[in-house]
Design a protein around this ligand. Structure first.
Ligand code: PLP
Length: 388
C-alpha cells in the first residue's frame, strides 16, 4: 500500500488545512468509503458542495459526455452548453435576476459582485453584516467579519463597516447615500447556520432601494436548493440586485456565478469583467445537470421534509436546539461542537463545526433520506447529555 496521503501531502503542500482522520477512496450517494474499510455517512458534503451526493448518474453522465465532446473553450467563443446553463440558472433564480456572469468560486463571485456594485454606483463604501463570511480574496475578505483574521493585505480595497446582525435600527442609521452596496448571507453558514430574520432582510431591501445602494445576496453556501428553495432569499420574498452562487452549483465541479438584472448588466461592456475558466463547458454541463436533477427529483421538497425530520428527531443527547434553514442547519450543543463532531465521527457520521464553538453544522447532500436522519438521531442519543 502507498504511504498515507496525509503524510505525503504534509511534505509537499502548504500546511493550511486541519484534516480529518480518514482517507476517502470512493463515495456513493451520501456515503464515503475509506481506505481502512469504513463507510461514513457524509452530512457535511465537502463544505456544502455535494448537493446531489456522490456519483449521481445524471451529473456523471453530463460531465463525461461533455468531456468527450469538448473539454474546454474560453468565453472567446459562444457555447450551446454555456447558454443552456445560463438559461437554466436564470430560470430558477429570484425574479429580476436575468443575467449571469460565470466564474470559478464563491470568493471570485463576491469579488466581482462588489466590483460591479462600486462601478455601477460610483460609490466606495460597502456594508456587510457582523459574523458574515464571504471568502478569502481581497474584496471578499474585506467584507468578512473579523477581517483581521481573514484579510492578509496591507490595505482595504474600499471602506467597510458592519451592521450588527438582525439590528434594523442600526441598518437604518448606517445605510445612507454614500453606500455602494450591502452584502449579506441569508443564512450565515460559517457563523453556524444563523438565519437572518425576514424583518431584517426586508429592511435591508427597503433601505438600500431608498438610498440608491445595491443589495448583494451571497448565496454561495445557502443557494442551489440547500435551504429548500432554489435560493434562500426566495423564502423571504426578497429580490436582491446581485446574487452570488458557487459551491453546490456544479454538484462538485468548481464553478460560480454572479446574477443580476438586465438593467445592471447594461452597466458593463466588453472587457469590464473576465475569467478564463468561468463558464467552461464541463462546469456548464455540471450546472445544467445539477439544476435539472434538483427539479426532476423534487429535491426542494426533499430538503424541506429532511429539515422537518431533523428538527423533530435530533434535539436529543447533546443537542439543545436547531437553527438555520433546509439542510444548512446549526445544531446547538451543550458542550464544544468539536467534541460532538468527533464523537459522531467515531460512529461513522461526518458533520462540521462552525465559527460558533457550540454549533455543529449539517450541510448534507440534498438527496438525504429518512434512514440517514434516523441514523443521526440514534448516534446523537448515544452521546450522553452534559450534566450541569
Ligand atoms: C457564504 C460564503 N461565501 C463565499 C465563500 C467562499 O467560497 P469559495 O471557498 O468557493 O471561494 C464561502 C465559503 O465557505 C461561503 O460560505
Amino acid at each position: 500500500m502507498m504511504a498515507d496521503p496525509r503524510i505525503r501531502e504534509a511534505a509537499v503542500t502548504i500546511p493550511v488545512y486541519g484534516q480529518l482522520p480518514f482517507v476517502p477512496v470512493r463515495a456513493s450517494g451520501c456515503d464515503i468509503y475509506t481506505r481502512d474499510g469504513r463507510r461514513i455517512l457524509d452530512l457535511y458534503g465537502g463544505h456544502a458542495v455535494a448537493a446531489l451526493g456522490y456519483g449521481h448518474p445524471k451529473l456523471v453522465k453530463a460531465i463525461t459526455e461533455q468531456s468527450n465532446k469538448l473539454l474546454f473553450q474560453s468565453n472567446a467563443v459562444a457555447l450551446d452548453i454555456r447558454a443552456e446553463a445560463a438559461e437554466k440558472l436564470t430560470a430558477v433564480a429570484p425574479d429580476g435576476l436575468e443575467r449571469v456572469f460565470f466564474v470559478n468560486s464563491g470568493a471570485e463571485a463576491n469579488e466581482n459582485a462588489l466590483r460591479m456594485a462600486c462601478m455601477a454606483t460610483g460609490r466606495k463604501k460597502i456594508l456587510a453584516i457582523t459574523q458574515g463570511f464571504h471568502g478569502r480574496t481581497a474584496a471578499a475578505a474585506a467584507v468578512t467579519w473579523n477581517s483581521e483574521r481573514w484579510y492578509g493585505f496591507p490595505s482595504l480595497p474600499f471602506e467597510v463597516d458592519f451592521i450588527p446582525r438582525d439590528d434594523v435600527a442600526a441598518a437604518t442609521d448606517m445605510i445612507g447615500d454614500d453606500i455602494a452596496a450591502v452584502i449579506f448571507e441569508p443564512v450565515q453558514g460559517v457563523a453556524g447556520a444563523y438565519d437572518l430574520s425576514t424583518d431584517f432582510l426586508r429592511a435591508l431591501r427597503e433601505l438600500t432601494a431608498q438610498h440608491g445602494a445595491l443589495l448583494i445576496a451571497d448565496e454561495v453556501q445557502s443557494g442551489v436548493g440547500r435551504c429548500g428553495h432554489f435560493f434562500a432569499v426566495q423564502a423571504h420574498e426578497i429580490k436582491p440586485d446581485i446574487l452570488t452562487s458557487a459551491k453546490a452549483l456544479g454538484g462538485g465541479i468548481p464553478c460560480g456565478a454572479v446574477l443580476c438584472s438586465h438593467a445592471m448588466a447594461a452597466n458593463f461592456g466588453t472587457g469590464d469583467l473576465g475569467s478564463t475558466f468561468g463558464g467552461g463547458p464541463i462546469a456548464a454541463a455540471a450546472i445544467a445537470a445539477t439544476l435539472d436533477a434538483i427539479e426532476d427529483e423534487s429535491l426542494l421538497t426533499n430538503v424541506r421534509s429532511a429539515e422537518a425530520a431533523i428538527r423533530n428527531q435530533c434535539v436529543v443527547g447533546p443537542v439543545t436546539g436547531i437553527q438555520g434553514m433546509g439542510l444548512l442547519l446549526g445544531l446547538k450543543c451543550d458542550r464544544p461542537a468539536l467534541e460532538i463532531r468527533d464523537a459522531l465521527l467515531e460512529q461513522d457520521i461526518l458533520t462540521g463545526t462552525s465559527g460558533d464553538p457550540t454549533i455543529l453544522r449539517i450541510l448534507a447532500p440534498l438527496v438525504l433520506e429518512s434512514r440517514h436522519i434516523d441514523h443521526l438521531a440514534e448516534a446523537l442519543r448515544e452521546i450522553v447529555p452534559a450534566t450541569n
